[in-house]
Design a protein around this ligand. Structure first.
Ligand code: NAP
Length: 247
């Protein structure tokens, strides 16, 4: 079955970074259900990654710590060797840090930037070579509302996402001539492990500020990936999925 799919020019090939859990896992499932071959990148959550690949067709787990250039290169090389092309790159891997600036160590700042921002530089640099050759492709960066408006006590995270938004717009301009689109999705607050630290009281306080009075679901983010994929005239945009939180 795999052999028949190798070097397949009809089926779209996608890489989703950090997709063993949460939003990334939902994007993998959505793409698989829509006929894509998906390389599911995980770092620590091997079991979850293997569970998804067992239950969804054409999903191939690959371990890589995307904060490290050599591991991102190995992820891209694996995909090219196996499938011969990459049509869609989703830079989704991300970690949060909730701390005032004076408690943030140099190492913590570095780790957030390496995981959330440098990782997207590494993958876009490696993947775009193949997309430019093919004169087609799409890169989607999973950003955050905090990249647009800044979050108190989440400076490093907010910087990483603002940097991603700038990368989205810069690369959309650089790659347009090569028929490669680059877009961003900026979720508000979504029901995943990332928000497990919030108490019920803190959640209720947040809902007060959100016009739709609830968190979003990973599916509501994943469906935006298909929307952007299916409209070939959208590039350089940051699509906000936040229940009206930022208007
Ligand atoms: P999550 O549930 O905490 O999952 C994070 C995912 O990132 C996991 O699959 C994890 O993989 C992966 N990951 C973390 N560090 C990695 C590394 N160094 N290399 C490879 N993979 C790594 O988070 P989420 O809520 O789904 O967030 C996904 C994206 O959406 C992030 O970029 C986040 O900033 C963004 N976002 C989330 C929210 C929200 O409210 N949840 C809001 C706005 C934006 P392993 O477990 O395998 O290590």
């Amino acid at each position: 079955m795999v052999e028949n799919q190798e070097k397949n020019t009809q089926t779209k090939i996608a890489i989703v970074t950090g997709s063993s859990r949460g939003i990334g896992a939902e994007i993998v499932k959505t793409l698989s259900q829509n006929g894509y071959i998906v390389v599911l990148n995980y770092n620590n959550s091997k079991e979850q990654a293997e569970e998804i690949s067992k239950n969804y067709s054409n999903v191939y787990p690959f371990k890589a710590d995307v904060s490290k250039y050599e591991e991102v290169k190995a992820l891209v090389d694996f995909t090219i060797e196996k499938f011969g092309q990459i049509d869609l790159l989703i830079n989704n891997a991300g970690i949060d840090l909730v701390k005032p600036i004076n408690d943030t160590s140099l190492e913590e700042f570095d780790k957030i930037l390496k995981t959330n921002l440098y990782s997207a530089f590494y993958s876009s640099k490696e993947v775009s070579k193949f997309m430019i050759n093919k004169k087609s492709g799409h890169i989607i960066n999973i950003s955050s509302i905090w990249g647009l408006i800044g979050a108190s006590c989440e400076m490093a995270y907010s910087i990483s996402k603002a940097g991603l938004d700038a990368m989205t717009k810069s690369l959309a301009k650089e790659f347009g001539l090569s028929n490669i689109r680059v877009n961003g999705i900026a979720p508000g607050i979504i029901e995943t492990d990332m928000n497990n630290f919030l108490t019920d009281k803190e959640k209720d306080e947040l809902y007060e500020e959100i016009p739709l009075k609830r968190m979003g679901t990973p599916h509501e983010v994943a469906s935006c990936v298909l929307f952007l994929e299916n409209n070939p005239y959208i590039t350089g945009q940051i699509l906000q999925v936040n229940g009206g939180w930022n208007m």
